[in-house]
Design a protein around this ligand. Structure first.
Ligand code: DQA
Length: 146
């Protein structure tokens, strides 16, 4: 069975109540269940994990090797700072799609740079929670047999 890992970084546990004018009112649980429904309808499985700790996110990426067909990752603020997460993504062969709810390019300048994007399969920004589903659809499409 094909499997995806949904990985969310710091402060995303507060989705729905955190700055709703920027991040919307859907909770992380809502995101996980709509993504799970989409994937299960295609016979895929989803595991979801959120952490506020860089090292735990690194461990999750390492653990994804050999276990998942792809990772959908919103690294949140670590996007802009973490060489360690970039190296973790480079160290595995599982493709990672970077997702941001907000349009980081329309926000503060420090959000315009991603340390991770160059080593990711792709990056989706500014489409709200739809971005997670677009990432999932990309993995479904790319793993079509035949
Ligand atoms: C975010 C954008 C980041 O700049 C910010 O630090 C976040 C959320 C987004 O999904 O739009 O925590 O990754």
């Amino acid at each position: 069975m094909n499997r995806l890992l949904l990985l969310n970084g710091p402060n995303l546990n507060r989705l729905g109540i955190r700055e709703p004018s920027i991040y919307g009112t859907e909770t992380l649980k809502d995101v996980e269940s709509s993504l799970r429904m989409l994937l299960e309808s295609h016979g895929w499985q989803l595991d979801a994990y959120q952490s506020n700790h860089e090292g735990e996110l690194i461990d999750s990426l390492h653990g994804a090797e050999g276990k998942y067909d792809g990772v959908i990752f919103n690294p949140a603020a670590y996007t802009h700072t973490s060489v360690a997460l970039r190296d973790a993504i480079s160290s595995i062969s599982v493709p990672v799609i970077e997702v941001h709810l907000s349009n980081v390019h329309a926000r503060e300048e420090f959000r315009h740079t991603s340390m991770l994007a160059p080593v990711c399969r792709g990056q989706i920004v500014g489409l709200g929670t739809t971005g997670y589903r677009i990432a999932a659809l990309t993995f479904l499409e790319e793993n079509k047999k035949g």
